[in-house]
Design a protein around this ligand. Structure first.
Ligand code: AVJ
Length: 343
């Protein structure tokens, strides 16, 4: 779909400047939940796609996780962003700043703070997310803070709809937080390739990657002492309950998170603490769990410099700038599109 043909669902009333929302979802998304959950719970081992973590409660829990001392990715990425913001934003007037998977208005405001009000008024912030409420939330914060900033919220599944983005001006796309690590290698390359296919030659793409580090540090980040990650993990069962009229009892499932070093990823699972049977009314499905049986809920890949370089190259992109913290825990990689013909 293309922006011009996208349906306008209306202008959200809000005190500062008008927020425009483009709804590009094609209705397939909601139907997919039934299929995704059926596929996931009938395969072996069972899984639930991690995009279903993020209902209102899940998003709130994730935000709290980001403030935990053990959860190093957020603060490390923020410290890098603070350092590079002035340099990154130097050339960004009269451009679009696109955030894929909105929800980190703090990170975007670090970038916007680095430029003048006049320059901000000449740009546009475009949060893109599958959840309309996430788009509105991240827009509202920024509109309040920067009344001069034009904001266009785009509701779309950017994993498969990277063609919904406007192209009349140069843009910097941001995909922060290490979320690219949730995708399998092949999917992340197809995703980057799809994005690069919709980039102009003067566009840039800034991607956050969580790097490989010691098992202790990584595992602590996903097994926090306050148990928030455990709550976050089990909340996916509440989401399934609500969406599919199911009767999962989240407290009968234990949170499991470990660093699978040979796959270079953290895995999260839910393990039945006793025999459990679950009914999913809306899809007329019954699932039996034996004690100890698991549901795989998330992979969070940890990257090496070489691994990122290979991926970037295979996606038709090249590395323009590479930013890392002193410990090498997190990377922000600024990419450009390779001239066509050189892919
Ligand atoms: C939002 C996908 C980057 O993988 O670290 C946090 C999600 N899962 N704690 C991550 C998450 C468990 C997070 N990402």
């Amino acid at each position: 779909m293309n922006v011009n043909s996208a349906e306008m669902t209306g202008v959200v009333e809000s005190r500062p400047r008008a927020l425009e929302i483009l709804d590009c979802l094609d209705g397939e998304y909601s139907n997919n939940i039934a299929r995704d959950i059926r596929d996931g719970l009938t395969s072996s081992p069972r899984y639930i796609p991690c995009k279903y973590f993020y209902d209102a409660r899940g998003s709130r829990l994730f935000e709290e996780i980001c403030r935990l001392p053990e959860y190093y990715p957020t603060r490390t990425e923020i410290s890098i962003l603070r350092e590079i913001a002035p340099h990154l934003m130097e050339t960004l007037d009269y451009s679009d700043l696109v955030e894929l998977g909105s929800g980190s208005s703090l990170k975007i405001s670090i970038l916007l703070d680095a430029i003048s009000e006049t320059n901000r008024a000449s740009m546009r912030y475009i949060p893109v997310d599958i959840s309309e409420s996430a788009v509105i939330e991240s827009s509202k914060d920024l509109l309040e803070r920067y009344p001069e900033l034009p904001v266009l919220g785009v509701v779309a599944d950017f994993m498969c709809q990277s063609d919904v983005l406007p192209a009349e001006r140069p843009k910097m796309l941001c995909f922060l937080g290490g979320t690219i690590g949730n995708m399998e290698e092949g999917d992340s390359i197809s995703f980057l390739r799809a994005v690069s296919g919709n980039m102009r030659s003067d566009d840039t793409l800034l991607v956050g990657f969580d790097m490989v580090k010691s098992r202790e540090i990584v595992e602590a980040a996903y097994n926090d002492s306050r148990g928030l990650t455990s709550e976050f993990n089990r909340n996916i069962l509440n989401v399934v309950n609500n969406k599919l009229n199911a009767d999962f009892k989240p407290h009968l499932f234990e949170h499991l998170a470990f660093f699978n070093e040979s796959e270079s990823r953290v895995e999260m699972h839910l393990r039945a603490s006793r025999d459990v049977s679950v009914r999913l009314e809306s899809i007329d499905m019954e699932v039996e769990f034996k004690e100890g049986e698991t549901i795989h809920t998330e992979n969070s890949r940890k990257f090496t410099i070489q691994g990122i370089e290979d991926m970037v190259d295979r996606a038709g992109l090249y590395v323009q700038d590479w930013y890392m913290d002193a410990d090498g825990w997190f990377s922000l990689v600024l990419m450009g599109r390779k001239p066509s013909g050189s892919v």
